[in-house]
Each structure stands twice: as structure tokens, then as C-alpha cells.
Design a protein around this ligand. Structure first.
Ligand SMILES: [Zn+2]
Length: 76
């Protein structure tokens, strides 16, 4: 491994792990319930109520490899 900036071979390879937490909070699906009511009557309302107060949490883990030059500090 050679640094593309200064040509040095004192390059450290590091694995960086990023953890990203995304949280989506859903309120009462009013529009959903209304549409559901129009289409499925009572069942539509029940379906709309089912989605009430449920939050969705997604955790994503990304790992990437970063090469750091020990001589000039270049990351590539
Ligand atoms: Zn370098």
C-alpha cells in the first residue's frame, strides 16, 4: 500500500464502524383510517388504529476501510 499523495508506504489500514440509528415515530394514522373507512368501513378504522403510537427503529451498521498515511496524514 502506497500513499497516492506523497508516495510513502507507511500506511495504516483502519476499519471504521459507523452505527446509525434512525427512529420513526408514527402518530395516529388519521388519513389512513379515513381512507380505510371509505374503502373497508370498520375494518379500515381498526387498521388505522393499529398503526397508532408505534415507532419504528432501524439500526444500520456500516463499516468502511480507511487508509491513513503516517507521513502526511492523507486518508484515502
Ligand atoms: Zn502520504
Amino acid at each position: 500500500m502506497v500513499c497516492p499523495k506523497c508516495g510513502s508506504n507507511h500506511v495504516n489500514t483502519q476499519t471504521v464502524t459507523d452505527t446509525e440509528v434512525t427512529e420513526k415515530t408514527k402518530g395516529f394514522g388519521c388519513i389512513k383510517a379515513c381512507i380505510g373507512f371509505l374503502i373497508f368501513n370498520v375494518w379500515g378504522i381498526l387498521c388505522g388504529l393499529c398503526g397508532m403510537g408505534k415507532g419504528k427503529r432501524t439500526t444500520r451498521t456500516k463499516s468502511k476501510v480507511v487508509n491513513v498515511c503516517q507521513d502526511c496524514g492523507n486518508r484515502f
